[in-house]
Write a protein that binds this ligand. Structure first.
Ligand code: SF4
Ligand code: SF4
Length: 202
């Protein structure tokens, strides 16, 4: 029997775990993880993730930086908190995943592999601009974030669904709905940004 040679393509960054402990919200609690797998076993969206949280945490310890930072795990987490409630070591799994997503986008990893980054950006643009999400603009911005040709193709593929929404009054035609206090919303977001920068969360 021929034994396959070991895979030497994986690069290990031995300082990565330390970086996560010090820079990711809740990361300092990762050392408490005992790899029981309750989080992964409880996760309703686990099948849609590259790795369950348990495995991702082990990969952090192993220094698999590239694989962790480009993983879909943190982007597909729906923040349901089931893992947090059940973790016997009170590891704040959700916060860790949320901040890993933010940092992976900030440092340019996530864009390489993950469509959810484009969706999150479109969603955030609408929420920030109008104080609510306009599904038509969010969808259009998301589709065209893949380029003109793909934008049209995706739009055409979903046109029938969109028209049915309009017909049944589930989607309106006309200007986007906006909240009244947009100026206050901008001030709140600017303050949050300032606090995040001051506390090194950016
Ligand atoms: S449930 Fe908690 S202790 Fe168990 S693997 Fe998940 S994070 Fe680690
Ligand atoms: S918070 Fe995220 S990781 Fe935890 S159970 Fe829910 S979807 Fe899964």
């Amino acid at each position: 029997m021929t034994v396959a040679p070991p895979d030497t393509s994986t690069k290990y960054d031995l300082d990565f775990a330390k970086w996560v402990y010090e820079n990711i919200e809740g990361g300092d609690k990762l050392a408490l993880c005992m790899q029981c797998g309750v989080c992964s076993g409880s996760c309703p969206i686990g099948v849609q993730m590259d790795y369950g949280p348990r495995k991702l945490f082990m990969m952090i310890r192993a220094g698999m930086k590239e694989e962790v930072m480009t993983s879909s795990t943190q982007w597909n987490c729906t923040s349901c908190y089931r893992c947090v409630v059940r973790c016997p070591r009170s590891v704040p799994v959700t916060y860790i995943l949320q901040d890993l997503a933010a940092k992976s986008a900030e440092l340019g990893y996530a864009q390489k592999t993950n469509e959810n980054v484009n969706f999150a950006r479109s969603f955030w643009w609408s929420a920030k601009t109008f104080g609510r999400t306009d599904e038509r603009l969010v969808t259009a911005l998301y589709y065209f974030s893949f380029g003109l040709k793909e934008g049209y193709q995706r739009g055409l593929a979903n046109l029938k669904i969109a028209l049915n929404f309009v017909k049944r009054g589930r989607m309106h035609i006309g200007l986007p709905h906006r909240i009244k206090g947009r100026r206050q919303l901008k001030a709140i977001l600017a303050k949050a940004e300032e606090i995040a920068k001051r506390e090194g969360l950016h």
